[in-house]
Design a protein. Sequence first.
Length: 381
Amino acid sequence: MGNFLPESHGTRSGMTFAKRWKHENVRLILLSAILSVAMTFMLLVLLYGTADKQISVVVDGEERIVTTKQWVLEKLLDELDIEVGPNDELSKPLNAAIRDGDRIVINQAVPVTVVADGRKVTVYPTRRTVEAALEKAGVEVRGDDKIYPSPDAELAPNMTIEVVRVDRKIVQAEEIIPYDVVRKEDPNLEKGKEKIIQPGREGVVVKLIEKTYENGEHVGSRVLTKTVTAEKQDQIVAVGTKKPQSKAAVLSASESETLEKITREGVTFQPRKVLKNVTLTAYSAGFESTGKTEDHPEYGITASGTRVTEGRTIAVDPDVIPLGWWVYIDGIGFRRAEDKGSAVKGKIIDIYYDSRTKAERFGRKKGYTVYVIGPNKPTAS
């Protein structure tokens, strides 16, 4: 037994030493493994970073192949002296790693000014067309709008693009068609007289008109349709060509000598003739009385060639009172025979008034005495 014990004690001591050595050196082993991996990784990175890479760089559609040892995009662009603005588009972030065979696409923005709808805005499109700039500015183009330059034109830095808004409106308008005056000779009508056979009537044409506006300003019109809603009717006037029968208009001296002088309105005169039971009517220069409108060249002109004047002009039958002679009408006053009319026959006198209403109110009056004086108006002595 005694030999056995020492032997057993020696075996336990050897096992304890091996465990202790392993325990003490495990950290060293792990550290060595980590350092080995790190060095391998760094060696690989170093080898990869310093290796030549072929990169395709496309700037605004123009491509070139470059060889570089850079492994970050930003470094590569610095190496190539390519500046990237805040509005440029890149296919990769600037801090992205680059690898052999990569394709880098850069679309550089172009500053342009867009003028539309009364406002001006500067945009930075990366696509090089006017259409892209309008899209970037949020400008919607309608069918008839005009764009300068054209939408497919290529952009240039600091270009100005103008959008002209075109609007079209359809309106309706009436056009008055004036009637014509047609004169026809009438051998049965006394020369110097006229008679309206057919009154004139204006025509009406309704037009549909398209008006064009550019940026709110009217620039042109065109007629789409014309519709006649009322046909015009020409005025037909009969012009007398019949020579009147000659009658003595001047009163004989013997008749005037038999009449005594009379005084009216402070004026004393000797009438050449006295007319009893004369009928008085009234007229104006309007169409209702004369058949002439204001645009007629003879509007307001009497048969004797004078212009009608209220307080002076009367129409008479020249066979009873010669044209150009003065008369005195009791209750009316002094008047001059300057005009004649188709309805003024015998002992009828038509008194002129400027107002149509006043003439109509005058009506028809009978039983007046008229003193026929002569071609000169008497004056107070």
